[in-house]
Write a protein that binds this ligand. Structure first.
Ligand code: SAM
Length: 280
């Protein structure tokens, strides 16, 4: 097993004629200590079946394959996927898929995901991990600012639709920050490693989950407006002002509050009432 550092990363790139594609969020880990810290925080064991989004040059992939039952690694970049296919051709514990994670569904029962996410589409990947896979836990690296937004709660300026949406499914925990110098090429901002643990009360009813997302989008669509106005005016919901006012009062929510003052339980409660009212 080769150490992960700037020298090994740049020589793999040069030997394989791979150009870094910044548009695909390619900032490769080049710090062995950070790689080990990620693996130890992710607490992977031989029984794990791991999903990795964006393996890049395989800094995490190789060690995941050594320490877990199996890793499925999805890489969008054809040059990187070709390199990974060759590198892991004889590794039975690793399957490399060349594809866009946002456009495919990876078959299999995964016990966890461990990924250093491409930052340009990190929120879409997170949303997909949370809503389309039912892993008990997953670990991801993202921009520090994004991690802070996800961690923040109602009433703070960082709180937004992504944090509220993820909170229906997972509890997010900021584990540690990572300096820009741990990546090649060096990104503009620092990073954060987060743990997401699945909640045991995720609504079983798909209609409730779908309504929850429409309500959250509407509440944040009308930022700085009252929740009554934003839920009435937003294009994602089609209820009259009277109906919305009635449901808000029934749930004990003051209609003059701002949407960003409501927590995940408020949004969930509203979704359940709207779905009940429509007879589902
Ligand atoms: N895991 C590697 C590491 O830590 O060194 C690379 C991480 S780099 C931040 C993100 C990786 O995600 C890049 O290899 C990039 O090509 C890949 N990627 C970007 N968009 C993707 C997508 N939609 N689906 C799958 N992989 C993607």
């Amino acid at each position: 097993m080769e150490a992960v550092n700037t020298k090994t990363i740049t020589s793999i790139l040069a030997e394989n004629g791979i150009q870094v594609n910044k548009k695909l969020g390619q900032n490769f880990l080049c710090n062995d200590t950070v790689v080990e810290k990620i693996l130890s925080a992710s607490a992977v064991t031989g029984g794990d079946r791991v999903l990795e989004v964006g393996p890049g040059l395989g800094a995490l992939t190789e060690r995941l394959a050594e320490r877990t039952g199996h890793v499925t690694a999805v890489e969008i970049d054809s040059g990187l996927a070709r390199y990974l296919h060759t590198r892991f051709a004889d590794t039975a514990a690793c399957t490399v898929i060349h594809g866009d994670f946002l456009r495919i569904h990876c078959e299999g029962e995964f016990t966890r995901a461990v990924s250093n996410l491409p930052y340009y589409c990190a929120s879409e990947i997170l949303f997909r991990l949370a809503t389309e896979y039912r892993m008990p836990v997953f670990f991801v690296m993202m921009q520090h600012e994004m991690a802070e937004r996800i961690q923040s709660g109602p009433g703070t300026k960082e709180y937004g639709a992504l944090g509220a949406s993820l909170a229906l499914y997972y509890r997010g925990e900021y584990l540690f920050g990572i300096d820009k110098t741990s990546f090649y090429p060096k990104p503009e901002v620092r990073s954060a490693f987060m743990k997401f643990s699945r909640r045991d009360d995720v609504p079983e009813n798909e209609k409730v989950r779908e309504m929850f997302h429409r309500i959250v989008k509407s509440a944040f669509w009308g930022r700085r407006k009252t929740v009554l106005k934003s839920l009435t005016d937003a294009p994602h919901l089609d209820y009259s002002r009277e109906e919305i006012s009635d449901v808000l009062r029934q749930q004990g929510i003051d209609p003059s509050l701002r949407g960003e003052n409501l927590g995940v339980e408020d949004f969930r409660g509203l979704a359940e009432v709207f779905v009940r009212r429509s007879g589902n």
